[in-house]
Design a binder for this molecule. Structure first.
Ligand SMILES: Cc1cc2nc3c(=O)[nH]c(=O)nc-3n(C[C@H](O)[C@H](O)[C@H](O)COP(=O)(O)O)c2cc1C
Length: 184
C-alpha cells in the first residue's frame, strides 16, 4: 500500500524544471486548484505578502514577448523560440510586497506549493527569474508591467511557467555537503 509520505516524496522527486510544453492549455478550474494550494503555503504572520497575476491568453504572452525581444533581440535566438517564458502556455507573475523583510520567503514557499501541486496533476512548471528580469529592464515592456496591475508596494519578483510537459527530465545531481548535523 502506498502511504502519504511515499506519494509526497514521489511528487517532489519527479518535479523538474520543464522548458518544453505541449500546446494544450491548462484549464482554469485546474489552475485555480493549483493556486489554492499555493496560497495555503506558510507565510509570515499570514500577511500573504505577495500578489499573483495569471496570463493564459497566448496573444498577451506574445505581446509581452515582443516588447522584451524588441529591446533584447538575442533572447529570441534559441531554436523553436515561442515566448520569453520557456514557451509555456500559462504564466504566473509573482510580485513580492515591501511590507516586511521576509516576503521573498513567502513568495518562494508559495511557488513551491504551486509547482508541487502542478506536478501532482501532471502539469510541468519552471520558476523563471530571467523573464521577470527582462520585463523589468526593457523600456518597451513598461506597458506590460502596467497591465499586471500590481498594487502599490508590490514589485514583480519572478514568473512561473505552467503547462503540460513535452519533455522528460532526469534529476540533476544534488550535493549533500551543505548539510551538517551539529552534535555538540
Ligand atoms: C529563483 C529561481 C529562478 C530560476 N530562473 C530560471 C530561469 O530564469 N530560466 C530557467 O530556465 N530556469 C530557471 N530556474 C530553474 C532552475 O534552473 C532549476 O530549478 C535548477 O536548475 C534545478 O533543476 P530542476 O528544477 O529541474 O530540479 C530558476 C529556479 C529558481 C528557484
Amino acid at each position: 500500500m502506498t502511504n502519504q509520505a511515499d506519494v509526497l516524496e514521489k511528487i517532489i522527486m519527479q518535479r523538474r524544471s520543464i522548458r518544453k510544453y505541449k500546446d494544450q492549455p491548462v484549464d482554469r478550474k485546474t489552475l485555480q486548484r493549483i493556486l489554492n494550494c499555493g496560497i495555503n503555503a506558510p507565510n509570515g504572520m499570514n500577511w500573504q505578502a505577495y500578489e499573483i497575476r495569471v496570463i493564459d491568453n497566448p496573444r498577451l504572452l506574445d505581446s509581452f514577448t515582443a516588447a522584451v525581444v524588441h529591446d533584447n533581440p538575442e533572447v529570441a535566438q534559441r531554436d523553436g523560440f515561442k515566448n520569453i517564458f520557456v514557451d509555456a502556455p500559462t504564466v504566473l507573475f509573482i510580485a513580492k510586497s515591501d511590507r516586511y523583510e521576509l516576503s521573498s520567503v513567502d513568495c518562494g514557499l508559495l511557488a513551491q506549493n504551486i509547482m508541487l501541486s502542478a506536478q501532482s496533476l501532471g502539469i510541468g512548471s519552471c520558476c523563471l527569474g530571467s523573464s521577470a528580469r527582462w520585463l523589468k529592464s526593457s523600456p518597451s515592456a513598461k506597458p506590460c508591467l502596467d497591465k499586471l496591475n500590481f498594487s502599490k508596494g508590490h514589485e514583480l519578483f519572478f514568473c512561473i511557467a505552467l503547462g503540460y510537459p513535452d519533455q522528460e527530465k532526469p534529476a540533476k545531481p544534488r550535493r549533500n555537503d551543505m548539510i551538517q548535523y551539529i552534535e555538540q
